[in-house]
Design a protein around this ligand. Structure first.
Ligand SMILES: Cc1cc2nc3c(=O)[nH]c(=O)nc-3n(C[C@H](O)[C@H](O)[C@H](O)COP(=O)(O)OP(=O)(O)OC[C@H]3O[C@@H](n4cnc5c(N)ncnc54)[C@H](O)[C@@H]3O)c2cc1C
Ligand code: FES
Ligand code: FES
Length: 479
């Protein structure tokens, strides 16, 4: 039995855990404002808000938090105990200020994409405390419009931001959103209703064992694209709500990241941003906001795509994968985890619980590069990360990853061997490039020819050095 609140209504359904939220909304509840476009997380027509009681921030107090997600990639079972808001749940007698701005600024024509845009922008106001026009526009980066063009949509976002007066008292943000009619009145009661619901449900949610389900699903952003039809009526193990796998912590000289930690949670982690000042910039190249709100670290690693972005970063941090079958635990170096194309050192009854890596040394530097056909919202043609430690000019440790140039996410072990102990110089870097190109085996496909991918990797490794060591490689000539 799945129980949740949909807009203002309590829902209790025996529909299957693995069925798709979008189908339930449209076909069972007949709320057709949420549109079905690509069904692959690309267009945002199916965007809904998801509210849940979570402990966040230093106080750790449990509060209602909203996010927005693609309902086409969302298992229905994952909304158990949560609040789902569709476009109908934002409507009231009059247009909301966001809807009105879209009309006034010519932000809509056929209207197919419009509910998704309105939900995303409303999500921006619910999630944030301070509003800026550029961020409001960026909040709709998972939404595509095929007929209006984006100027009217951008103007609409700018208008709502400039008209919305936040006032001084941050505690009143929720009330002020209701007062400004950005969200309807019933939102006031949702936190209490969810708390009541979750008290009732607490004993019903559990993970019993890993081997009794046909499919294990975390954020669902890979598996629902690949095989949603197989998931609808199969026994599924939904792990994304499992709190014990959701953490980012520092202990015993290492950083540990739980497998159900989402990309958005990584993006907002002060711990990671402290050690890697450009971390948020890297993760902005990962999918769209609604994808990052669901996509998890464990899913990225186990999906084993040769161009997985988090896998690429964790490889260059020389990470360990923490694996468990529910009874016993083991660890594997991430660079040894991938055995062949989509073949892993992971048994059927095992799951990935976490990934960990040593705290970066004070004399270390880190960089990540991704080239894709589009800068944003695209998977990589080739990606690469590099972690390097120097003593003066001598390289005492280095790890380089290379995605999209082999059947597996690749760790360049021979390049590392070549670099170790050497004094950094242009000659050494160019000789190392030869070694790295000898380690890879790219194939020609839709994302480029084998020759092009080799060239890309070469340039990305050079880019690491140009970014990290401008003082040593200032005059580097890229040929
Ligand atoms: C529109 C779109 C854009 C995307 N953009 C990017 C991008 O820019 N970069 C990128 O790297 N990826 C991208 N992806 C791919 C995807 O979002 C990521 O790979 C994501 O990290 C997968 O995580 P998930 O939790 O959604 O995985 P799921 O779909 O839940 O699972 C993927 C696979 O891993 C298994 N699995 C999941 N968690 C575990 C675990 N803890 N233990 C064992 N097995 C597990 C599942 O059984 C399944 O086989 C994109 C996807 C979409 C749809
Ligand atoms: S239908 Fe396109 S993102 Fe869901
Ligand atoms: S208004 Fe037609 S797709 Fe956006």
């Amino acid at each position: 039995m799945i129980q949740f609140i949909l807009n203002d209504k309590d829902i209790c359904t025996t529909a299957s855990q693995g069925s798709v939220l979008l189908d339930f909304i449209r076909n069972e509840l007949h709320l057709t404002g949420t549109k079905e476009g690509c069904r692959e997380g690309d267009c945002g027509a199916c965007t809904v808000l998801l509210g849940e009681i979570k402990s966040e921030g230093p106080s750790g107090s449990e509060e209602l938090h909203y996010n927005y997600i693609n309902s086409c990639l969302m298992p229905l079972g994952d909304v158990h105990g949560k609040h789902v808001v569709t476009i109908e749940g934002l409507n009231s007698e009059e247009l909301t200020p966001i809807q009105k701005a879209f009309v006034d600024e010519g932000g809509t024509q056929c209207g197919f994409c419009t509910p998704g845009f309105i939900v995303s922008l409303t999500g921006y106001f619910l999630i944030n405390q301070n509003y800026k026009a550029l961020e409001a526009i960026d909040s709709m980066n998972g939404n595509i419009c095929r007929c209006t063009g984006y100027s009217g949509i951008k103007r609409a976002a700018e208008k709502v931001v400039s008209n919305f007066n936040l006032g001084e008292n941050e505690a009143l943000i929720f009330d002020r959103l209701i007062e400004s009619q950005i969200i309807p009145d019933y939102f006031k009661g949702i936190e209490n209703r969810l708390n009541e619901l979750n008290k009732k449900l607490k004993t019903q949610v559990s993970i019993d064992g890993y081997d009794q389900y046909e499919f294990l699903i975390s954020g669902g952003t890979d598996i629902y694209v690949q095989k949603w039809e197989s998931l609808i009526n199969s026994p599924v193990n939904l792990i994304s709500n499992e709190k014990k796998f959701s953490f980012i912590e520092e202990a015993d000289g290492e950083i540990r990241v739980g497998s159900t930690t989402t990309i958005s949670e990584l993006e907002n982690s002060s711990l990671l941003n402290n050690y890697f000042p450009e971390f948020q910039k890297y993760l902005k190249l990962f999918g769209s906001i609604p994808i990052r709100n669901r996509a998890t670290v464990g899913g990225n690693i186990v999906n084993a795509s040769p161009i997985g972005d988090m896998t690429n970063i964790f490889l260059a941090l020389d990470s360990r994968v923490h694996i468990s079958d529910g009874k016993s635990k083991r660890q594997v170096q991430l660079k040894n985890f991938f055995k062949g194309y989509k073949t892993l050192d992971l048994r059927e009854n095992e799951l990935v619980e976490a990934v960990s890596f040593s705290i970066p040394k004070p004399n270390s530097r880190f960089n990540y590069e991704k080239v894709s056909k589009r800068t944003f919202l695209d998977i990589a043609s080739v990606n690469s990360s590099m972690y390097i430690e120097l003593n003066e000019k001598q390289i005492i440790e280095v790890h380089i990853s290379a995605g999209g140039v082999a059947p597996i996410p690749l760790y360049l072990s021979r390049t590392r061997e070549y670099f170790l102990g050497k004094t950094i110089s242009e000659d050494i870097i160019f000789s190392a490039l030869e070694v790295s190109l000898d380690e890879i085996s790219p194939i020609s496909d839709a994302r480029g020819t084998a020759e092009y991918k080799s060239l890309l990797l070469r340039q990305l490794i050079l880019a690491h050095f140009i970014k990290l060591f401008p003082e040593y490689v200032n005059d580097l000539v890229i040929t």
